[in-house]
Design a protein around this ligand. Sequence first.
Ligand code: NAD
Length: 481
Amino acid sequence: MVSRVIPVDPFDLVIFGGTGDLARRKILPALYRRFRDGQMPDEARIIGAARADLDAGGYRTEIRAAFDEFLHEDERDDRMEAFLERLDYLPIDAMGDGGWPDLKEKMRDGAIQAFYFSVGPSLFGALAERLHSHGIARDDARIVVEKPFGRDLASAKELNATLAEHFDETQIYRIDHYLGKETVQNLMAVRFGNVLFEPLWNAQYVDHVQITVAEEVSVEGRGAYYDKSGAMRDMVQNHLMQLLCLTAMEPPSKFDPDAVRDEKLKVIRALDPVDPGDIVRGQYDGALGASYLDHAEDPASRTESYIAMKLHISNWRWKGTPFYLRTGKRLKARKSEIVVTFKETPHSIFDADAGSRANVLSIRLQPDEGMDLRVTIKEPGPGGMRLVDVPLDMTFAEALGPDAAHVPDAYERLIMDVIRGNQTLFMRGDEVEAAWAWTDPIIDGWQSRGDRPVTYDAGSSGPEEALMLLHRDGRRWRELS
Ligand code: NAD
């Protein structure tokens, strides 16, 4: 099966922060891959803008070095130079007025306008204001902003209000790269494109859901920054919340941006406040070298590098089905997945020792994006009716042939969606605010009670207390490795 690459319309994409880590590691490699696949038309132009005093040649040299570091060797072929030729650069300080007239000069009337704010949120207001005061941004321009989108409800509201002074909500693309993952969209295809799953997708048939985003890396090198945020702000409020919404939402009436985002918002609003006893916060110890407290540089830090929690959604579909979320640094393995465990059959007609188990649908985001559904069948052979669990593997590369082996990276898809003007996979302002409105009281509670995280062994599956969170409900976390 050959996937079709449909070129997007000509565009001018300006990357503010074009010399930064995100631009070098993610945005420009993603654009190059789309160029290589023929999705970028000849008239497309990419303009880096940052404070560094470079010209276009100097910028290309910087990005060539980044590509040497971040692209796979096979990708660095003769097309790389052709792509680099398309890069332009302007030195612009977001807080100053130099360079803006030159940028205006470079913008073309017929091309789609997109401005990627790959800079800290404190610069969003200055950029938005100058794009207008210098008469650069048109009414159909798009802006792309990255996390962190606020650190609480008040700051998120302030950011939304600042952007809204200059741009309409339909122009604002808030990136959560988890939403750009192939499997996350496949979750929607599986749920809403088949008759099999949706009738079972509720508290009557689903025993529980586990959402895991586990990382092996520590916070070394960015501990001082991370320590101001922690797992709740850095991962749960955005990425895990988005995965929860897509898993739990009602079917939208159509696959259109507002229909999908309306349904996600309803999930966040239906979340029950979380009982403090249903949350476990942890910090990794020094079992494998430095501990979280060493990396955070604050020996008294109470910021969590791990969190596990049990959530309830108060609506007709999910009342009574717990959703367990966990995420952490310095764990045993890097693994992100959504696992839906169905209930066991109401009555077994087989002998007690035949061994039937519940169906489990796993949606793997990383590594090896894919899905499998475990079903019970008869163990082959003459040994009587013995049952065995087998996975129905829905790994794309095998089922869809060699073209599916290159699954586009989330940034590739999301940037092309910006150019196409499709906001379905981007967070709307009210969604972000609702997620903070749910998060804030939890964090405030820890602070007012003076709660301290428990410790867990670096390289383990997380704190014992997190195992107990499920154990006391008669359940177990999925293995991390
Ligand atoms: P960085 O510090 O590596 O780069 C910042 C960029 O902004 C540089 O190009 C710098 O020249 C430019 N810049 C700084 N001040 C400026 C000013 N006054 N005017 C114009 N340009 C200015 O940061 P980064 O890691 O690339 O992150 C950029 C944003 O993306 C941040 O908000 C970050 O939180 C977010 N983000 C980054 C990552 C990542 O993987 N790096 C992931 C998610 C979100």
